[in-house]
Design a binder for this molecule. Structure first.
Ligand code: GLN
Length: 454
């Protein structure tokens, strides 16, 4: 099959299901067909990389040269980046076909993709339910066959949680493994780009394509990129699998608990040895994260002032009024809430009580993991306390949405890699994911266990 045929069939699929799913913010039909034709020429010449001719969707938080990039926000509605994010450039160099930009919670703040200025994508398994977030459009587009794979970003779970809710594979790499250059920053010490894909092998190919040192990102790490597909062995022999007891606590949906425990049994059958682990500071993860992430966001989002790029309220002639009106109209409710929390937490007199305290908790979480990984290779757990909720069910209750991030947030606070891989279905027909976490730069162990589960 040629790339042109494949891309056309994916575009047809998009035409068929997009009115129901609403995963895309911007579809670049002509651009995709031109890239597909170029990929076919490359293939005929025996050139082109691991993704040559493969149609992908990209979360709208990654800059794409000449293609609108909104971050799900009205404030960036007219923004057309003059450059590609490093990860996008790497995909293009590999011959990938970029179909367009997919939906997300505004500036990646959210867990259900209900905070998007361009509408909420639906869960392809049940259109009445959320697809998760913030990389909801990425997950929905993969699950609904509106692309072959996608790129998302994960600050506190935004790749793993929607992957879990949509029954696909998503991996958040080690902090520093993948360049953040051209990723519109939410919380710079936590953000990381990663793939969402239909299976473990696809995720391994995608991660291999985007990983590696980038001098344009000062936090990128100069370490050799392994061939992740070489790690895909059918067994788990020699791997010690830790079961963190705090991840199976009160509030866990019994069907999720059961599905994950079945997954653990499969890992044991595949030769893995299990051991109980304790990560005692897990319960403080949400509180620490919801200080640190908004604090960093309040600073990162200061650049959207109506002057440099994006939306401006042209009715104001006075500079400060123009800033105020542009930001008030350009940002949505959740983003404003985070800016206020972050600004408050960083204000003089409060810094020690909030930001400093949260940073200390972060260190304790890092130490918990270090101790755990001296006893095991991998940590296996649920990704979310429950399957995807109904659209609108939590719209007036941000705190309960924050609390639902409890199982994914600590990974980011410690900069570790984590994956969601499907492990079952709820009785109501919604997917359930299993989470695998490992020590820094141990993505290969994650891929190996996930592959054994498939
Ligand atoms: N739900 C979390 C938040 O709203 C995580 C989002 C993310 O990983 N980008 O901050």
């Amino acid at each position: 099959i040629s790339s042109l045929e494949l891309t056309r069939s994916v575009l047809d699929r998009i035409d068929g299901v997009e009115p129901k799913v609403n995963a895309y913010i911007t579809l670049d039909r002509d651009g995709a067909l031109a890239q597909a034709a170029a990929a076919d020429t490359q293939r005929q010449r025996g050139e082109g990389g691991s993704l040559c001719g493969i149609p992908l969707s990209i979360k709208d938080v990654l800059c794409t040269k000449g293609l609108r990039t909104t971050a799900g926000s009205k404030i960036l509605e007219p923004f057309i980046p003059p450059y590609d994010a490093t990860v996008v450039e790497k995909l293009r160099n590999n011959g990938a076909v970029i179909l367009g930009k997919v939906s997300m919670d505004e500036f990646a703040m959210g867990s259900a993709n209900e905070n998007c200025a361009y509408g909420t994508p639906k869960n392809p398994w049940n259109l009445a339910h959320v697809c998760g977030g913030s990389s909801g459009g990425s997950a929905a587009s993969v699950a609904a066959d509106e692309c072959i794979a996608s790129l998302g970003s994960d600050t506190g779970g935004s790749i793993r949680q929607p992957a879990s809710h949509c029954g696909i594979v998503g991996i958040k790499p080690t902090y520093g493994r993948v360049s953040r250059f051209g990723l519109l920053a939410y919380a710079s010490s936590l953000d990381q780009v990663g793939p969402l894909a239909k299976d473990v092998r696809d995720a391994a190919i995608m991660l291999g394509a985007i990983s590696g040192y980038d001098p344009r990102d000062s936090t990128s790490v100069n370490q050799k990129v392994p061939d992740y597909t070489a790690a895909l062995a059918p067994d788990c022999k020699g791997l010690t699998i830790g079961i963190p007891k705090e991840y199976f606590g009160a509030g866990l949906d019994p069907e999720v608990d059961e599905a994950v425990r079945r997954g653990i049994a499969l890992l044991e059958e595949a030769g893995g040895k299990t051991v109980e682990i304790s990560l005692p500071h897990t319960e403080y993860g949400v509180a620490a994260y919801y200080i640190i992430a908004p604090a960093e966001a309040s600073s990162n989002l200061a650049r959207y002032d109506g002057v440099r790029y994006g939306f401006r309220d042209h009715d104001q002639d006075e500079l400060l009024e123009m800033y105020r009106h542009s930001r008030s109209q350009g940002f949505g409710e959740e983003v404003k809430r985070r800016i206020i929390i972050g600004t408050y937490a960083l204000s003089s007199g409060y810094y020690d009580a909030y930001y400093k305290k949260a940073s200390q908790v972060r260190t304790l979480i890092v130490q918990d993991y270090a101790k755990a990984f001296s006893q095991c290779d991998l940590l296996v757990s649920p990704v979310t306390p429950a399957p995807a909720w109904k659209i609108g069910a939590k719209i007036d209750d941000p705190l309960s949405v924050y609390l639902s991030d409890i199982l994914t947030i600590c990974t980011n606070l410690a900069g570790l890699p984590g994956m969601s891989v499907p492990c079952g279905m709820s009785s109501s027909g919604l997917p359930i994911g299993l989470q695998l976490q490992a020590s820094h730069f141990s993505e290969e162990k994650i891929f190996r266990a996930a592959y054994a589960l498939e």
